[in-house]
Each structure stands twice: as structure tokens, then as C-alpha cells.
Design a binder for this molecule. Structure first.
Ligand SMILES: NC(=O)c1ccc[n+]([C@@H]2O[C@H](COP(=O)([O-])OP(=O)(O)OC[C@H]3O[C@@H](n4cnc5c(N)ncnc54)[C@H](O)[C@@H]3O)[C@@H](O)[C@H]2O)c1
Length: 256
């Protein structure tokens, strides 16, 4: 098993890519701390892992709150003694960040707070714990929208999502350089469109779904498990010479 006895904290572990990653990690021998804003979803991920014979525990909280971010890391260390892997998967889009009544500036702030500041905050508390036990691996969820602009008519220029993911990519590089001599590797994944709750508003629209599929050379969206396998590689020792790197998993989207 590729993560035997490693302790992994997965934020956003109650849904989509975070859930698929949590389940895959558990199958690979990791003890998984599933963190999410949504308590019911976090518990369901834990139950699914336990039903498969794995070990997991839940922690609820908002990654954009410093106190909650600290509590997530503490939940891993106090319960399981250490923290070896952090996956920053908690994220929102402009569509699901806030109720529709919110104004554009409020949406901008929330998207940046969760996606960028949330990644920073949980990493802030995780790094000293990893250092204490000799190292670790942090995997951030960036996006193809952190690499390229939205196609005309999709997303728009005032959408905070792409800038938040570009920020995650740069944060990944800077933190990687800073922690490299502490044996802490920091990488990120840039997925193409993946069918999850995050993209449901898009994929529920048949015409939009066909359009999005057609924008990927492979002619389809990604599946959460396909991203989870890339996260697993970055979490495991197989990627031991990788740090500060974006890994693109996008069905060819950015190759065009
Ligand atoms: N789905 C895609 O097409 C896609 C593409 C590229 C990158 N990503 C990124 O991958 C990550 C996972 O996305 P997903 O598609 O699995 O989405 P998802 O909506 O299925 O899961 C995200 C999870 O994050 C949790 N969350 C949201 N705000 C939070 C907060 N403030 N604190 C703690 N938890 C919070 C949600 O409750 C949810 O369980 C996100 O960072 C997303 O931006 C997704």
C-alpha cells in the first residue's frame, strides 16, 4: 500500500474530489481525517471509508477561519499523533459561494477567502506539525482556470475563481521553496472540468454539458477518481523529487 499508516487531512473531504481522494487514500492504508464545512457529508465520507475497512475520523469547520483551520490540524495530530499529508480540496465557485442575493464584491471576497486564504491557513498550521515529525506532503487543488483564461462567454473577467486558483498555484511554488529543506513537498493539481457538486449547475444543463465536453480534446469531463489518483501520486513517495509543481489533469484542455 502506498500510504500505509500515514495520517492525511483532506479538506473538502465530504464531496467530489475530496471524497474520492479520502476513499482512495484509505484504500492505500492512510488514516484519513475528513474535514468539511458540511458535517453530514464529512460523516458520510467517514462511514464509507469505515464500511470499506478503512480508518477515518471527521472534523467540521470553515477553512477560511483561522481558528477552524487550526482545529482541523489539531484534530489530526491529537487523534492520530501526527500529520503526514494535507490535501487542500475545500473550494467554492462563484456560483455556489454565497446565496444569490450576495453582491459581486461579496462573492469575490468569499471565493478568495475559501480557495486561496483557506489553502494558506490550513497549510500554516500543518507545516510545523509536518516539520516536527520529519516532513510531509501538501497537495493543493488549483485548476486549469489558474493557468488559462475562461473562454469568451464562459466565466467572465470579473470571476474570482480563476484568480483564486492562480493564487493557489503561486502559493504552492513559494511554500515549496520555503519548506524544501524541511522535507515538506508542496505541489498542486490543475484539473479540467470534473463532474461534482461544484460543476452541477453547469452539467445539469444538457447544452452546456455538451459544450464543456467538447472543449476537452478527450470529449468528456473528468471523474473525481481520476483526480484522486494524481493526488495519491503526489502524496506518496513515488513523487519524492517533485515539489513546487503544477500537475495538469485535464483531458487535454490546456494542450490546445
Ligand atoms: N470540479 C471541477 O471541475 C474542478 C476543477 C478544477 C479544480 N477544482 C477544485 O477542486 C476542489 C474540489 O472541488 P470539487 O469539484 O470536489 O467540489 P465539491 O463542491 O464537490 O466539494 C468541495 C467541498 O468543499 C467544501 N467546502 C466549501 N467551502 C468550504 C469551507 N469554507 N470550509 C471547508 N469546506 C468547504 C464543500 O462543503 C464540499 O464538500 C476545489 O478546490 C475546486 O475548486 C474542481
Amino acid at each position: 500500500m502506498r500510504l500505509e499508516n500515514r495520517v492525511a487531512l483532506v479538506t473538502g473531504g465530504g464531496s467530489g474530489i475530496g471524497r474520492a481522494t479520502s476513499e482512495l487514500f484509505a484504500r492505500e492504508g492512510a488514516i484519513v481525517v475528513v474535514s468539511d464545512l458540511n458535517e453530514v457529508d464529512a460523516l458520510e465520507s467517514v462511514q464509507r471509508i469505515e464500511a470499506g475497512g478503512g480508518v477515518a475520523s471527521p472534523v467540521t469547520g470553515d477553512v477560511s477561519s483561522s481558528a477552524d483551520a487550526e482545529r482541523m490540524v489539531r484534530a489530526a495530530v491529537d487523534t492520530h499523533g501526527r500529520l503526514d499529508v494535507l490535501v487542500n480540496s475545500a473550494g467554492v465557485s462563484g456560483r455556489n459561494a454565497l446565496p444569490e442575493s450576495a453582491n459581486p464584491e461579496e462573492v469575490w471576497d468569499r471565493v478568495i477567502d475559501v480557495n486561496l486564504k483557506g489553502t494558506y491557513l490550513v497549510s500554516w498550521y500543518a507545516v510545523p506539525e509536518m516539520e516536527r515529525t520529519g516532513g510531509g506532503s501538501i497537495i493543493n487543488l488549483s485548476s486549469i482556470m489558474g493557468l488559462v483564461g475562461y473562454p469568451a462567454g464562459l466565466g467572465g473577467g470579473f470571476n474570482a475563481y480563476g484568480p483564486s486558483k492562480g493564487g493557489v498555484l503561486q502559493f504552492t511554488r513559494h511554500l515549496a521553496v520555503d519548506t524544501a529543506r524541511k522535507n515538506i513537498r508542496v505541489n498542486c493539481i490543475c484539473p479540467g472540468y470534473v463532474a461534482t457538486n461544484l460543476t452541477r449547475a453547469l452539467t445539469d444543463d444538457e447544452d452546456l454539458l455538451r459544450d464543456l465536453e467538447g472543449r476537452h480534446p478527450m470529449g468528456r469531463l473528468g471523474r473525481p477518481e481520476e483526480i484522486a489518483y494524481a493526488v495519491l501520486f503526489l502524496a506518496s513517495d513515488e513523487s519524492s523529487f517533485m515539489t513546487g509543481a503544477p500537475m495538469i489533469v485535464d483531458g487535454g484542455y490546456t494542450a490546445q
